[in-house]
Design a protein. Structure first.
Length: 676
């Protein structure tokens, strides 16, 4: 069914009003924070500190987002700097295309679309909260870049099927609230105001609980103002506008104030306070010009045009429209362009400038004809498709008729030959059954042999796992026994020797003056401390008392010293992991840190550990001497052999990225559900 001309005109009229109601339309998944100065200062502080390269790269990328609307040169500088610092992190290398898309978001939609699509491909293999958040944003921004080609239906589909599900998998309620706001905007842009208001209210309810001081909540409030103004709900609009003003009050220099002034202008226009509306529009234009927001400047000028029209000040109204036409920012869409020319015609007619009014109407008519011709082409294509379908159907019927006639002519011939064929067929069937029976027996015997081998291999694998488990359990028991003997036995003896020496020396003051004696006592102190350190490393009491996450933090802090910085990050580590598995994971990370300190001379180490359902993901990075990973495969060292055994026991996978002089990155995936 084709839309009627009246319905098309009504929808086009709505498009113009919505253009006046909401200047930015759909927003990318990155808003500028309300407290901009504090946000930028914190990121700049990271860049000036001695933090790990991965953290500095993340700070650079966040500044790409911040500057993309305000200063593209700075945005490009931070993008280049961030790329240079991501050579050791597989995840950050996958994130690079996302920020390339953010950089090109305004200036080159084609490049941005390709970059977001590439980011989706690279991020999909990762299964953690950070990757899910980036996938949600990448999918949504990709849809935005293709709005003109694929329409609002495409954005709606991507938002519902990709962006929101990924945000929910990341457990990021702020992102979910943001996408509800965007759904409300899509519905508003298509004149479905009741549904739009429902989604916006959902967004506000979520964000007021989870992010009560965020720019995301601010946009939800202002989006609600636009919807309420468009549906003539002035009191609701005033309530939401007041909430938005309260949020922005501590930040008078925030770039978000321009959007507030726009909605304040819209509200005053709705309640017919036109002079106040003009003041708000002028304030918004001044601030938008300060922050180089050309689109917002033109939208606010359009608001002033509407106000002057309501005041019957048609001369000022027409002058504003002429400036808008000259600027071209709001003239990119053919339908909007035609409507603006129509407004010029109406305004010129009100000024009794009928010659100009006629000229503008002619221009509008040509644009409308072009738009209607496009729709006519769609209708012609549809009719052509119907015609081809009917023609093909007639040909099929003709062929079917010919086939029936040919079948009738050959029926008698087949009847005579069928008797002979049946006899031959019976002979072939008997022979075939004999052959199939022989083959079936051979296949069955072969399958039994394969099953037997598989059972042997499975038994061997289980036996190997039992041996590995027994070996690891025996090793831990031996560690515990040795640690107990060292601490309680030898440690107690050394402490007793020290007490006896000190007691004996206390009665003979001249002995304390002997340097050799004092040196011996100091060495005895050092021996006791070293003994306790060895015992502590052999049995991690913190793991037994407080769990793996606390034990790993304690381990990292234990190894830190002057000249060695260890950064550690742990995400979603559950408390119910079996103790023997926690102990194996602890030993794996302990071995990695110990090797980096002893053999790589590292000065910075990053340890990341996260859990997704039954899988544990470990990322270990250092800036040490590095090595050839090929030598690791053939290594027979006790520590490396233990590392391999523990990873194999947990049905894990190991990836090592390193080269001499370039540091080391180790990625490990472990399964907390074992056969043992």
């Amino acid at each position: 069914m084709f839309r009627s001309t009246k319905k098309i005109k009504l929808i086009n009229h709505y498009r113009l009003l919505i253009c006046l109601c909401f200047p930015f339309g759909l927003c990318a998944q990155q808003q500028i924070p309300l407290d901009e100065k504090r946000y930028v200062d914190s990121l700049e502080h990271v860049l000036l500190s001695d933090r790990a390269d991965t953290l500095k790269a993340e700070a650079h990328f966040m500044l790409v987002d911040y500057w993309k609307f305000k200063d593209t040169l700075k945005s490009k500088t931070h993008l280049t700097a961030g790329k240079k610092l991501t050579t050791r992190s597989l995840y950050q290398q996958a994130v690079i295309p996302f920020y390339e898309g953010q950089y090109n978001f305004n200036s080159n939609p084609g490049k941005a679309s390709a970059a977001f699509k590439k980011a989706i491909s690279k991020l999909t293999p990762f299964r953690d909260k950070r990757a899910y958040e980036k996938l949600a944003a990448a999918w949504y921004n990709y849809a935005l870049m293709n709005k003109d080609a694929k329409g609002y239906d495409f954005i709606m589909k991507i938002t519902l099927e990709k962006a929101i599900p990924y945000a929910e998998r990341a457990h990021n309620k702020v992102m979910v609230g943001h996408y509800y706001t965007q759904l409300a905007t899509i519905l508003m842009n298509n004149a479905q105001f009741s549904k739009s208001l429902i989604y916006n209210q959902k967004a506000v309810a979520i964000l007021e609980k989870t992010a009560p001081k965020s720019s995301t909540l601010l946009f939800a409030y202002l989006n609600g103002v636009s919807i309420c103004c468009y549906t003539e709900q002035g009191e609701k609009a005033r309530y939401l506008l007041h909430k938005a003003k309260k949020l922005l009050a501590p930040y008078p220099d925030s770039v978000n104030n321009t959007l507030y002034y726009y909605n304040e202008t819209l509200y005053y226009t709705t309640v017919n306070a036109l002079e106040k509306a003009l003041v708000s529009a002028d304030l918004g234009i001044l601030m938008a010009g300060k922050y180089h927001q050309e689109q917002m400047v033109q939208q606010l000028l359009f608001r002033k045009y509407d106000i002057y029209s309501r005041q019957k000040d048609f001369r000022n109204a027409r002058n504003i429209l002429l400036d808008i036409v000259k600027d071209q920012t709001l003239m990119r869409n053919p339908i909007d362009k035609a409507m603006i020319y129509g407004e010029l015609a109406k305004t010129s007619a009100a000024l009794k400038d009928y010659h100009s009014a006629y000229s503008w109407l002619e221009v509008q008519k040509k644009l409308n004809d072009s738009i209607n011709n496009g729709e006519s082409r769609i209708k012609i294509n549809e009719l052509e498709t119907r015609y081809r379908t009917a023609e093909n159907r007639r040909r099929i019927l003709a062929l079917q008729s010919q086939n029936r006639q040919a079948a009738l002519n050959s029926k008698n011939e087949r009847l005579y030959s069928s008797i002979l064929a049946i006899g031959c067929l019976l002979l072939f069937v008997i022979l075939g059954f004999a052959i199939l029976n022989a083959r079936s027996k051979r296949k069955l015997a072969k399958q039994k042999e394969i099953n037997y081998r598989q059972q042997l291999e499975e038994l061997e694998r289980k036996q190997q796992l039992k041996i590995t488990k027994a070996m690891l359990d025996g090793e831990e028991r031996e560690r515990e026994r040795i640690a107990r003997d060292l601490h309680d036995g030898l440690g107690g003896m050394l402490a007793g020797v020290k007490i006896n020496l000190s007691s004996w020396a206390g009665d003979q003051s001249q002995v304390w003056e002997d340097k050799s004696f004092r040196k011996t006592v100091d060495q005895l102190d050092s021996a006791v401390s070293e003994l306790r350190r060895i015992a502590r490393n052999m049995v991690p009491e913190t793991l037994l008392k407080f769990g793996m996450e606390t034990a790993l933090k304690d381990l990292c802090e234990f190894y830190m010293r002057e000249g060695l910085e260890i950064s550690y990050e742990f995400f979603d580590i559950r408390k119910d992991i079996p103790l023997n598995i926690q102990l194996n994971i602890y030993r794996i990370i302990q071995e990695l840190v110990s090797n980096s300190i002893r053999h790589a001379d590292a000065t910075r180490i990053l340890v990341q550990c996260s859990q997704n359902e039954s899988f544990i993901f470990i990322t270990f990075e250092d800036d040490g001497a590095g090595f050839d990973p090929a030598s690791f495969k053939n290594s027979k060292g006790m520590g490396l052999e233990n590392l391999k055994n523990r990873i194999a026991y947990l049905k894990g996978q190991l990836e090592i990225i390193s080269a001499p002089g370039e540091g080391t990155t180790v990625n490990i995936e472990l399964n907390t559900v074992t056969d043992g």
